[in-house]
Design a binder for this molecule. Structure first.
Ligand SMILES: NC(=O)c1ccc[n+]([C@@H]2O[C@H](COP(=O)([O-])OP(=O)(O)OC[C@H]3O[C@@H](n4cnc5c(N)ncnc54)[C@H](OP(=O)(O)O)[C@@H]3O)[C@@H](O)[C@H]2O)c1
Length: 266
C-alpha cells in the first residue's frame, strides 16, 4: 500500500514515531512545501519529497497533516491527483467532513482524525469519524494501521470539539496544572528539578493507576484516610472553584474551535 502524509510538521513527526515496524513495510511518502522538516526525518527509510503531486499520485491512504488555514489551497493543488479509491484522512481541527467534501468537489472517501501529541509514545488518543463513502472494512484497515498510536475512539463529529477540550488541547491543560503544582512546591522549599521530577512521577502514577482502575472515587478513598493528610488537601480542592475553572477552560476552547471553523468557511 502507498501511504502518504502531506505536511511534515508536529503531527506527522508524532505519527512516524508512534507507528510500529509493520507500518513501515508499506510504501510511505511524506511531502512538505519546504526542505527543513523533511531533513529531520531523513534517517527513516521512506520517500521524502517537496512535490505534493508525487506523494498524492496513486496513494491508497492520504493523510492531510497541514494547518486548517492551509487546507483549501492544498486541495486545489492536489484535487486532480486524488483517485476515487484513495482514503483521505484529515487531521485539521475545525474543518468538518462537510466542509472538506465541498472543497474537494469530488465523491471521496474521507476520515477525520483528531489526535493528540502522545501518539508519538503510543499512548495517544485519536477520535475518528467517517463520511458515507467509507465502508466497515476500510475503517478497520485504517484502525489496524494506526492502532499502535494509542486509543482509537469512534466519535460523532458533533462531539469533536469536546474531544479537543479533553484530549487534543487537554494534554496542554494538564501540563499547565503540573507547572503550577511545581511552582507551588518551589515556593514551599523544593528545588525546581526535584519538584518537577516528583510531579511528573505523580501524574504518571495517577494516570497509570486510573487506567487499570477507572473508579476515581475509589482511588481517592484508598489514599485519603479519615483524619489523615490527604483529606485536608482534598477538602480544599472540593471547596474551591476548580469545577468552575475547568468549565470555563473547556467552554473557551470549544468556543475558539467553533470560531475557527466559522472563519474557515469559504
Ligand atoms: N499539534 C497538535 O497537537 C494537533 C492536535 C490535533 C490536530 N492537529 C491538526 O494537525 C494538523 C497539523 O498540525 P501540526 O501541528 O503538525 O502543524 P505544523 O507543525 O504547522 O505542520 C504543518 C506542515 O505542513 C506543511 N505545509 C503547509 N502547507 C503545505 C502544502 N501546501 N504542501 C505541503 N506541505 C505544507 C508545513 O510546511 P512548512 O514547514 O514549510 O511551514 C508544515 O511542515 C493541523 O490541521 C492541526 O489542526 C494538531
Amino acid at each position: 500500500m502507498k501511504i502518504s502524509f502531506i505536511g511534515a510538521g508536529n503531527m506527522t513527526h508524532a505519527f512516524l514515531k508512534g507507528l510500529d515496524r509493520s507500518f513501515f513495510e508499506h510504501e510511505i511518502w511524506v511531502s512538505n512545501r519546504s526542505q527543513g522538516k523533511l531533513d529531520r526525518i531523513s534517517d527513516l527509510n521512506i520517500h521524502l519529497t517537496l512535490d505534493n503531486h508525487k506523494a498524492v499520485k496513486d496513494a491508497d491512504i492520504l493523510i492531510l497533516a497541514i494547518k486548517p488555514q492551509q487546507m483549501f489551497d492544498l486541495l486545489e493543488e492536489i484535487r486532480s491527483d486524488i483517485h476515487e479509491s484513495t482514503i483521505i484522512i484529515s487531521l485539521a481541527a475545525g474543518l468538518s467532513i462537510k466542509q472538506l467534501e465541498q472543497w474537494l468537489y469530488l465523491e471521496v472517501k474521507l476520515i477525520r482524525f483528531m489526535p493528540n501529541t502522545a501518539i508519538a509514545l503510543g499512548i495517544g488518543s485519536i477520535a475518528i469519524c467517517i463520511n458515507q463513502n467509507i465502508d466497515i472494512s476500510e475503517l478497520s484497515l485504517v484502525k489496524d494501521l494506526f492502532k499502535t498510536c494509542g486509543s482509537l475512539i469512534d466519535l460523532d463529529e458533533s462531539k469533536f470539539e469536546l474531544f479537543i477540550a479533553a484530549s487534543g488541547s487537554g494534554i496542554a491543560f494538564v501540563y499547565q496544572i503540573m507547572e503550577s503544582y511545581v511552582q507551588v512546591l518551589r515556593e514551599l522549599g523544593l528545588d525546581e528539578a526535584q519538584a518537577k521530577a516528583l510531579i511528573i512521577d505523580t501524574f504518571l502514577a495517577a494516570g497509570s493507576m486510573a487506567k487499570i482502575n477507572p473508579e476515581l472515587d475509589d482511588l481517592m478513598n484508598r489514599v485519603a484516610s479519615k483524619g489523615g493528610t490527604t483529606i485536608e488537601g482534598l477538602n480544599v480542592l472540593r471547596a474551591s472553584k476548580l469545577n468552575d475553572i475547568l468549565m470555563d477552560m473547556c467552554k473557551k476552547t470549544i468556543q475558539r474551535s467553533k470560531q475557527l471553523s466559522e472563519e474557515l468557511q469559504k
